[in-house]
Design a protein around this ligand. Structure first.
Ligand SMILES: O=C(O)CCC(=O)C(=O)O
Ligand SMILES: [Fe+2]
Length: 256
């Protein structure tokens, strides 16, 4: 994988197309070239959402016949909801921050140019790890935005305490977000006293280009570690995604 020089984002040392290329009302804040399959250490990226972008653009650089597999979009973690997006050379896909997606290249070589896009008014949002659009959507009652905001408040740089985070997670759960419901259910169960389940149920909020590690669900106060702000590395974020991290995404591509 080659990264582009320059930087407008703290964790993805990259800048796309001169960094100022306007795309409608948005700006690509960071980009990178990805390579999968032969000659690369990576063949797949597990299901994830792009947390610190308003939207993502994916440009396919290879011909369809050069590889099998590719970009997958999914409505949930259920394997049955996975859909392969067929992209010809030069085709581009745009998707919102809410889309749960993955990559799986089974043979051949696939390269893609990924651009993470922020809104024009928030050109520094990526570098500050701010996602004002997520808060706006959460306030409007969008469950996946509430869930992601809750995760950010727990694990991201804008951490403001667990109680605020769990308020959003509770709202997401009430709104039908299945991952939030799962975590909320475990939270309730833990509070009653049984040994806490130390599983990676809520993964750390990692910047683009990093993947989440295991994070413990919240237990009761006596078992909970003192709040602190670990670095992305300490949070278990390693370069590139591998663990599934989020709840249902939405895709306008589903079913095609
Ligand atoms: O290579 C692709 O098509 C998508 C990569 C991706 O999802 C990412 O880098 O976050
Ligand atoms: Fe992605």
């Amino acid at each position: 994988m080659r990264r582009w020089s320059g930087s407008s984002c703290r964790h993805t040392r990259a800048r796309s197309l001169g960094a100022r290329t306007a795309l409608c009302c948005s700006v690509p804040t960071s980009s990178l070239l990805r390579r999968y399959g032969a000659g690369s250490s990576r063949t797949a990226i597990a299901a994830h959402t792009d947390e610190y972008a308003l939207a993502t653009a994916v440009l396919a650089l290879d011909r369809e016949e050069d590889y099998t597999g590719g970009l997958i979009v999914q409505a949930s973690f259920a394997p049955a909801s996975r859909r392969l997006v067929m992209l010809g050379q030069g085709d581009m896909v745009f998707h919102s921050y809410s889309l749960l997606h993955a990559v799986d290249v089974r043979s051949g070589t696939r390269r893609s140019l990924i651009m993470w896009i922020s809104s024009n008014a928030r050109i520094f949002a990526c570098s500050r790890e701010e996602t004002p659009w997520k808060r706006r959507d959460a306030r409007r009652g969008v469950a996946h935005a509430q869930y992601q905001l809750g995760r950010q408040l727990l694990f991201g740089s804008s951490r403001r305490g667990a109680s605020r985070a769990w308020r959003w997670l509770k709202r997401a759960a009430s709104g039908g977000h299945s991952t939030a419901q799962l975590n909320w259910g475990l939270e309730d169960r833990d509070a009653e006293g049984p040994p806490p389940l130390r599983a990676p149920l809520v993964a750390a909020g990692c910047p683009p280009g990093h993947r989440p590690g295991a994070v413990q669900p919240r237990g009761d106060a006596s078992r909970r570690p003192a709040p602190r702000r670990p670095s992305p590395r300490a949070r278990g974020c390693r370069p590139r995604h591998a663990l599934a991290q989020d709840g249902p995404g939405r895709s306008s591509l589903e079913g095609r």
